[in-house]
Design a protein around this ligand. Structure first.
Ligand code: G6P
Length: 606
C-alpha cells in the first residue's frame, strides 16, 4: 500500500513534500517526486522516509513549479530501494507515473513490452504502466492512459504527468482510493483527503474505472470507453489543522487526547428524547427488528470494537451477534441470505478483506451497513447504508480515536436494535444518560496520564506481556495486547481470564507480567481469583480497574484506574489507558508509534 499526491497550479516543490508527509502512514519505505522544471522532467527518489527526500531536495523546496506528482511507498513488488521507489518513467523520460496498488498481470505485460523494445530499470509491477502509456501515446495523454488502463489487471490508483502537457495530471483508479479537488489556483489528487484540505474542502471521490484529467481550472472524468462522466464533489468538514500534530510529540498522542471531543462528535444529533436517532438506517429497521442473527466483519482493532458490540448487544437483547475477522469470513461458505444484515466495521473503509466480505454478502442479497470514518471511502460507496464515526482524520497507524468512536457508534446501534425489538428497559435509559456523559468522563481518564506514563515506564524492559479480561474486559484485553505489540514490539498476548489455566498460565513468572482488565463489575470476583493465580506464579500484575474497587491494591503491583461508571461503558473509558500505556513504552524504547515497522494504516491488498 502506498500514498500518492499530485498538484497542479501555483505551487512550490515543498507543497508536494508536505502532501506526502500527510500520507506517510500508508507506507514509508521509500519516497519520490517528479515535477516539470524548465520544460524538463525532474525526478528525485530514495529509499527511506519522506524526511530524507526532503533533505535531498532542500535547495529546491521553494522552487516555483506548475505541476508535480509524489509517492510514499510500502513495497509489494521489488525490495525497497532507490530504483524501485516511484515515480517511474518511460524509455524517453517524457512521462512519469505514481501508483498505489498491485498490477497482477505485470509479468505478461513486461514481456510483451520488452519484445517491442521497451527497457525496464526496476523490479516493480508499476513500471509497466509508463511503458504501456508510452506505447499508446501520440498526442493525447488521456487517450493513451485510457488504452493502457484497459490492459491492467489488479488494483490501482495512478497519476501521470507528461512533458508535453505542462498543465494537466491524468490518471485513474480501480480498487485503490483516489480523491480529487479543485481549489483556488491549485488542483490536486491524493490517496486521502488530508493533503488536499489546504486547497479546498470540496472533494470528488473518484470511482472504479474513472479516468480523470485535472488542471488548475477544473477537471473531467471519463469511463474506459471515453464517455464523459459526471462526478459531484462532497463537502468535507475536516479542517487542515485537524490533520496536524498541534504541538504533540506524535499523532498517536494527539489522537488519544482528541477522544473526548471525537466521542462528542459521534454522539452529536444521535440522541433525542433519551432514544437513539439514526435516520441513516431507517430502511433496515424491519430486518434489524426481526433477524435472529446479525453478522459483523472487521479487521484488527475494528474487530475488537466489533467483539465488544457482541457482548454489549447480546447482553441487552435476544439477537445473536456473529463477529468474524474479514479475512476468514470472505473465504467461508456464505450461510446467509437476503434477510441478513452484515455490519462492516472499518475506520478507513478501504481494508481489502472487509471490502471482499461486503461484496460476498451483497452477492447473496444481504444488506450491508458500513461503520466507517471516511466519507466517500470504497466501503461507504459499496454498502447499502453507512454510519459515520465523525472522528476526523486519524493519521497514526495505531488506531486510537477511531476505536473509541467505533465503540460508541456500535453501542448506539445496539441500543437502536434493542428499541426496534421492543426490548428497551430501564438499563437502556441509564445507558443513554451515561453515553451523553462520556466526553466528560473520558477527560477524567486523560487527566491521569502522568500516572499511566509512570507505570508504563516501569514495564518497558519486559519482553512479554499477558493481557487478561472477562466479559467486556476480554475485547479490551485483546486490544491492549495488540496496541502494545504493534507499536512497542514487545510480545503481548491476550486471553479470556478463565482460559489461563488451560495453558497460558504455564508461561507466567517473574519475567512475564500480566495486565488485567478488572473493573469492579459483575465479573470482578472471578477476575480476582485469576489475578491471585497469576501472583502465585510470581508474575508482576498491573490491574486496570475502576475507582470503586477497594481491595485490588492488596494483590496488584500497580493499579491504573478509571472513574466508576456504567459497566458496559468501561471499554470506552479504559481505551485511552491501554493506548497510553503502549504509547509511553514505545516512545521510551525509541520507536516511532505513528509508523510502526512492517505495518500500514489501511491494508488495501490481501
Ligand atoms: C491495519 C491497521 C489497524 C487497523 C486495521 C483495520 O492493520 O494498522 O490499526 O485496525 O488495519 O483497519 P480498518 O481501516 O479496516 O479499520
Amino acid at each position: 500500500m502506498c500514498g500518492i499526491v499530485g498538484l497542479v497550479g501555483e505551487i512550490v516543490v515543498s507543497d508536494l513534500i508536505e502532501g506526502l508527509e500527510k500520507l506517510e502512514y500508508r507506507g514509508y519505505d521509500s519516497a519520490g517526486v517528479a515535477f516539470l522544471r524548465d520544460s524538463s522532467l525532474c525526478v528525485e527518489k530514495n529509499k527511506g522516509r519522506v524526511a530524507s527526500l526532503k533533505e535531498k531536495l532542500s535547495e529546491l523546496l521553494n522552487e516555483r513549479i506548475t505541476l508535480g506528482i509524489a509517492h510514499t511507498r510500502w513495497a509489494t513488488h521489488g525490495e525497497p530501494n532507490d530504483i524501485n521507489a516511484h515515480p517511474h518513467t518511460d524509455c524517453q523520460s517524457k512521462l512519469c507515473v505514481v501508483h498505489n496498488g498491485i498490477i497482477e498481470n505485470f509479468k505478461e505485460l513486461k514481456k510483451r513490452l520488452e519484445e517491442v523494445g521497451h527497457r525496464f530499470g526496476s523490479d516493480t509491477d508499476t513500471e509497466v504502466i509508463p511503458h504501456l502509456i508510452e506505447e499508446y501515446y501520440t498526442t493525447d495523454l488521456v487517450e493513451a492512459v485510457r488504452k493502457a488502463v484497459k490492459l491492467l489487471e489488479g488494483s490501482f490508483a495512478i497519476a501521470v504527468i507528461h512533458v508535453d502537457h505542462p498543465d494537466i495530471i491524468v490518471g485513474t483508479r480501480k480498487g485503490s482510493p483516489l480523491i480529487l479537488t479543485v481549489g483556488n489556483g491549485v488542483a490536486g489528487i491524493a490517496s486521502d483527503v488530508t493533503p488536499l484540505l489546504k486547497y479546498s474542502k470540496d472533494m470528488v471521490f473518484l470511482e472504479d474505472g474513472d479516468i480523470f484529467c485535472v488542471s488548475k481550472g477544473g477537471f473531467e472524468v471519463f469511463d474506459v470507453v471515453g464517455r464523459k462522466k459526471e462526478r459531484k464533489p462532497t463537502h468535507i468538514d475536516w479542517t487542515y489543522e485537524t490533520a496536524q500534530k498541534s504541538g504533540y510529540k506524535h499523532y498517536m498522542l494527539k489522537e488519544i487526547f482528541e477522544e473526548p471531543s471525537c466521542v462528542a462528535a459521534t454522539l452529536s444529533g444521535r440522541i433525542k428524547s433519551a432514544k437513539v436517532h439514526l435516520p441513516e438506517i431507517e430502511e433496515l429497521q424491519d430486518l434489524l427488528a426481526s433477524s435472529k442473527t446479525l453478522k459483523v466483519v472487521a479487521c484488527g482493532t475494528s474487530s475488537y470494537a466489533a467483539l465488544s458490540f457482541k457482548y454489549f448487544l447480546e447482553n441487552l437483547s435476544d439477537v445473536c451477534v456473529d463477529v468474524e475477522v474479514s479475512s476468514e469470513f470472505r473465504y467461508k461458505r456464505p450461510n446467509f441470505d437476503e434477510n441478513t444484515v452484515l455490519v462492516a466495521v472499518s475506520q478507513s473503509g478501504e481494508t481489502a478483506d472487509t471490502l471482499e466480505s461486503v461484496r460476498l454478502a451483497k452477492s447473496k442479497g444481504a444488506k450491508v451497513l458500513a461503520i466507517t470514518n471516511v466519507v466517500g471511502s470504497t466501503l461507504m460507496r459499496e454498502s447499502d447504508h453507512t454510519l459515520l464515526l465523525n472522528a476526523g482524520p486519524e493519521i497514526s497507524v495505531a488506531a486510537t480515536k477511531s476505536y473509541v468512536t467505533q465503540l460508541v457508534l456500535l453501542y448506539l446501534l445496539g441500543l437502536k436494535i434493542v428499541e426496534l425489538r421492543d426490548q428497551w428497559n430501564e438499563r437502556c435509559t441509564k445507558l443513554i444518560d451515561s453515553l451523553l456523559r462520556l466526553p466528560e468522563v473520558l477527560d477524567a481518564t486523560l487527566s491521569r496520564t502522568e500516572h499511566i506514563k509512570e507505570v508504563a515506564l516501569k514495564y518497558k524492559d519486559f519482553q512479554h506481556f499477558m493481557y487478561i479480561g472477562r466479559g467486556l474486559g476480554y475485547p479490551t484485553a485483546l486490544e491492549g495486547a495488540l496496541k502494545l505489540k504493534e507499536i512497542s514490539y514487545i510480545h503481548a498476548t491476550a486471553y479470556p481470564a478463565g482460559e489461563l489455566k488451560h495453558g497460558p498460565i504455564a508461561l507466567l513468572g517473574p519475567e512475564f507480567p500480566v495486565f488485567a482488565i478488572a473493573p469492579f463489575d459483575a465479573l470482578y470476583a472471578k477476575m480476582k481469583n485469576n489475578m491471585i493465580e497469576c501472583k502465585a506464579r510470581k508474575a508482576k500484575l498491573v490491574v486496570l480497574t475502576s475507582d470503586d474497587c477497594e481491595d485490588v491494591r492488596e494483590i496488584a503491583d500497580d493499579v491504573l484506574s478509571v472513574n466508576s461508571f456504567s459497566e458496559q461503558l468501561y471499554p470506552v473509558l479504559m481505551a485511552p489507558v491501554i493506548q497510553l500505556f503502549a504509547y509511553y513504552i514505545a516512545d521510551a524504547l525509541g520507536h516511532d508509534p505513528d509508523k510502526p515497522k512492517n505495518l500500514a494504516k489501511s491494508v488495501t491488498v490481501e
